[in-house]
Every structure is written in C-alpha cells, then in structure tokens.
Design a protein around this ligand. Structure first.
Ligand SMILES: CCCCC/C=C\C/C=C\C/C=C\C/C=C\CCCC(=O)SCCNC(=O)CCNC(=O)[C@H](O)C(C)(C)COP(=O)(O)OP(=O)(O)OC[C@H]1O[C@@H](n2cnc3c(N)ncnc32)[C@H](O)[C@@H]1OP(=O)(O)O
Length: 218
C-alpha cells in the first residue's frame, strides 16, 4: 500500500522543516479566513488575487507527483503534514494537534469562518471530519489502528465557530475491529458525540506490522 513510507531526516533538520511547513500553512490558513470575511474594495481584492496567484506559481515550480502521504522517521516521529485535519502544511486543516494521555487523546483548537455551515455554526461535515480523525487517533494511540469502517454521529446542539475541544477513547477491541467513542464540546457543553468502528485493513494485517512501535504517536 503506497502512501506510508520511511523518510529519514535528522532531528534538527526535521524541526527546521517543520517550522517552515507550519509557517506557510498558517499564512495560507489566515489567507483563507481573510478571503471569507474581507470587506475591502474590489480593487484591493483583485490586487490580492494577483499576489496570491504569483505565490501559487512559486510553490508550483517543483512539486511531488503524489499527495504527501504519511512519512516516518525511525525515531518514531511521524509527518502527516498533508492530512485534512492535522496536517500543519495543509491550510484546509485547522490544524487539530492531538495530545495523548493514558486512556484518551484530545485537542483544543479553534475553527474560523471558513468552516461555517449554518450561520455562526460549524458545518456538520466538518464536525464529522474532526470526529473521524480524533477517534482514529485514539485507535492509533491504543496500538490498534484502522480505517474508518463505520462512523455514527449524534449532533446534540449547534457548535459555535471559535474555540472548542475534542476527545476520544477506545471502548473495546474485537479482533481487527476497534470500537472508539468521542465528542466535541464548546463552552456550551457537548455539541456532538460519535461512535466509530476502525478496521485494520487486510493489506496491513498481511504486513504483520508491529503496530505500536511502527506507528508510534505523532
Ligand atoms: C490505517 C490503518 C493501517 C495501519 C497502517 C499503519 C500506520 C497508520 C499510521 C497512521 C494513521 C494516522 C492517523 C489515523 C487517524 C485517523 C484515521 C482517519 C481515518 C479515515 O479517514 S479512513 C478513510 C475512510 N474509510 C475508508 O476509506 C475505508 C474503506 N473501506 C475499507 O478499506 C474496507 O472496507 C475496510 C478496511 C473497512 C474493511 O475491509 P476488510 O477487507 O479489511 O474487511 P473484512 O471483510 O476482512 O472484515 C473484517 C471485519 O470487519 C467487519 N467490517 C467490514 N467492513 C466494516 C464496516 N464498514 N463497518 C463495520 N464493520 C465492518 C467485518 O464484518 C469483519 O468483522 P468480523 O471479523 O467480526 O466478521
């Protein structure tokens, strides 16, 4: 299965690369939010567009043939920089940066105007996106990763744009299936709850990977 590979980069160099990746990601994230809410005159919008197109042309001077994939260092550091939820180099990603404790993973993050569904509220599909990732991350953290087989969400109240928290934990495992649960909450309380079944796919079972040491935690 392509997309998961080892790319050895010395620790110091990796830290430097990470700063650059985060820098450009954050700048484009700010650009996306500004594009949604700007109220400047059209001439300024058109001037900004010209500059953005010039920046895009610089970035496209050289590019990888595929998507970014997931890249591992042998020290366990993992680069998931293209991921739609946690990818620091992906401006579509908020990004949500997970922390892990004994029995759960969590993250505190903020969603801006580019994630709006109903006015002032986060789009339900974006909620699903984040819950999918946090539950999947809990499965990885428990040493039982998998592809999302089934994800059920109960939207209990609207999730206001702004600061929020997500967390997830493992309910149980049954063979190749990991049953995870999680939620997203704001100052208003729990907004959405999820249950998911994460399944170690056949190709990964056949590789017989050492799940804990190979995958590690980001
Ligand atoms: C990723 C895992 C592999 C590990 C690789 C190593 C490193 C990973 C490192 C980092 C990962 C980083 C982050 C992860 C964080 C977030 C994750 C985001 C997740 C996604 O964004 S992911 C995209 C959306 N996702 C898909 O794109 C899935 C498409 N689909 C498939 O890839 C297959 O469909 C699959 C694999 C689901 C099953 O295929 P399969 O051939 O392995 O299944 P098989 O028939 O052997 O069934 C085995 C047992 O699962 C039951 N079962 C089967 N399908 C089920 C279902 N849908 N729901 C509930 N139960 C189901 C059967 O009933 C049987 O149960 P029983 O054993 O009890 O009979």
């Amino acid at each position: 299965m392509s997309g998961y590979f080892t790319e050895e980069i010395p620790a110091e160099e990796l830290t430097r690369q990470m700063e650059v990746a985060r820098g450009v990601g954050d700048s484009v994230r700010a650009l996306v939010a500004a594009t949604v809410v700007t109220d400047v005159d059209e001439d300024d919008v058109i001037e900004a567009q010209r500059l953005i197109d010039a920046a895009t042309a610089i970035l496209e001077r050289r590019r990888i043939d595929s998507s970014f994939g997931i890249r591992f260092n042998s020290d366990g550091r993992q680069r998931n920089w293209g991921n739609a939820v946690e990818g620091i180099r992906n401006p579509v990603a908020p990004p949500v940066e997970f922390e892990a404790g004994d029995d759960r993973v969590w993250a505190e993050f903020s969603l801006g105007p580019q994630y709006e569904g109903p006015p002032g509220l986060v789009h339900g599909g974006v909620i699903a996106l984040i819950l999918d990732q946090v539950l999947g991350h809990a499965a990885v953290h428990a040493g039982a990763p998998g592809m999302t087989g089934t994800l059920s969400i109960r939207y209990r109240q609207g999730t206001k744009l702004g600061s929020m928290r997500t967390e997830a934990w493992i309910d149980r495992t049954e063979g190749v299936k990991t049953f995870a649960k999680g939620q997203i909450s704001t100052a208003d309380g729990i907004c959405a709850e999820a249950e998911g079944i994460f399944i170690m796919p056949r190709w990964a079972r056949e590789l017989d990977i050492d799940r804990r040491s190979r995958i590690g935690d980001a």
